[in-house]
Ligand binder design. Structure first.
Ligand SMILES: Nc1ncnc2c1ncn2[C@@H]1O[C@H](COP(=O)(O)OP(=O)(O)O)[C@@H](O)[C@H]1O
Ligand SMILES: [Mg+2]
Length: 293
């Protein structure tokens, strides 16, 4: 659903995102302190209010360890995207503080990548040249970025489709290209805003498995927004539940399911269903405005 900040010129949003997406292939956080160089995130007492007294995020506190996969769930409009945009430096922190690998958020940081629900592929570029785009923005040598993008397209199951244009790819395949583009960059921190939100159930399960494989292979810190509880439990080390607006973090639920995981195999695991029920209970509580009514 478009909000005001999304109504900006599509190209400017895209280039900001691409800049953000355009991360170095190795850590390279610049000012990051050595002990924070592994993609840790620290959100302290963050409150965000939009004009018109719209309190989108209220007193959020969250620490994410480097290499951890954390999902944030919550009712529509509870401030999930706002929180992610704050992490990405796309909107400024008003109250409280945020640090990523020891330094404040900033759009265009090379160690942070952002993936949206929309695939944001350029229609005039092939799958391969869309997948290399981030590397191009940050000047990765052509041979290296093409190699990396080809490799990633293979991993997401798109070998043989490198030269297809987006119009000749299904929605699921386009989102695979977007995944390949994001992972081509090796940013230590990945911010993902409902990347599979618009996919059908079957394609979603397949892409969750692709994401699990990519993440298992090269552990990055992932903050993953979703309104799909199955998806959150399947993918995450922890699920953070937010309440309806003003969005507060009301519960932090560890997911002790063994890894490696498979989205399809988990459907048959009783522990998975138990955890799902717990997350659902908290979400229901959050629908009523969380623990403070
Ligand atoms: N630029 C903006 N100006 C005013 N209100 C906004 C703006 N962006 C978001 N909001 C409001 O802030 C709240 C949280 O939005 P958002 O973070 O997009 O929620 P979510 O991603 O959880 O659905 C909503 O009520 C939304 O309408
Ligand atoms: Mg959102």
């Amino acid at each position: 659903m478009p909000h005001e900040y999304e109504v900006r010129n599509e190209e400017s949003v895209l280039s900001e995102n691409m800049e953000t997406v355009a991360a170095p292939l190795s850590g390279g956080g610049g000012t990051a302190k050595p002990e924070d160089a592994h993609g840790a995130i620290d959100i302290k007492a963050v409150t965000h209010e939009f004009p018109g007294n719209v309190l989108a995020v209220s007193d959020a506190n969250l620490r994410v360890r480097g290499g951890e996969f954390v999902s944030i769930v919550g009712p529509s409009g509870c401030g999930k995207t706002t929180l992610l945009n704050l992490l990405a430096g796309l909107i400024d922190v008003q109250t409280g503080s945020i640090s990523l690998a020891g330094s404040p958020p900033k759009a265009g940081r090379h160690d942070v990548a952002y993936m949206l629900a929309r695939d944001c592929l350029f229609p005039w570029r092939t799958a391969l040249s869309n997948a290399t785009l981030g590397g191009e923005f940050r000047g990765v040598p052509k041979k290296e970025r093409v190699q990396r993008a080809r490799d990633m397209l293979r991993k997401v199951g798109l070998s043989g489709f490198e030269n297809n244009y987006p119009k000749a790819l299904s929605h699921g395949m386009r989102q695979r290209v977007a995944l390949a583009r994001t992972f081509s960059l090796s940013s230590s921190i990945l911010l993902m805003d409902e990347p599979f939100g618009a996919l059908d159930a079957q394609t979603k399960l397949q892409l969750e498995d692709v994401l699990l494989d990519l993440w298992t292979e090269e552990r990055r810190t992932v903050v993953f927004i979703t309104h799909d509880l199955n998806e959150a439990v399947t993918l995450s080390d922890r699920v953070i539940v937010m309440s309806a607006r003003p969005g507060r973090i009301i519960k932090d639920i560890p997911i002790p399911l063994e890894r490696p995981r498979s989205a399809r195999a988990l459907q048959k695991d009783p522990l998975y269903h138990e955890i799902y029920a717990e997350v659902w209970t908290w979400l229901e509580q959050g629908l009523n405005g969380g623990d403070d009514g």
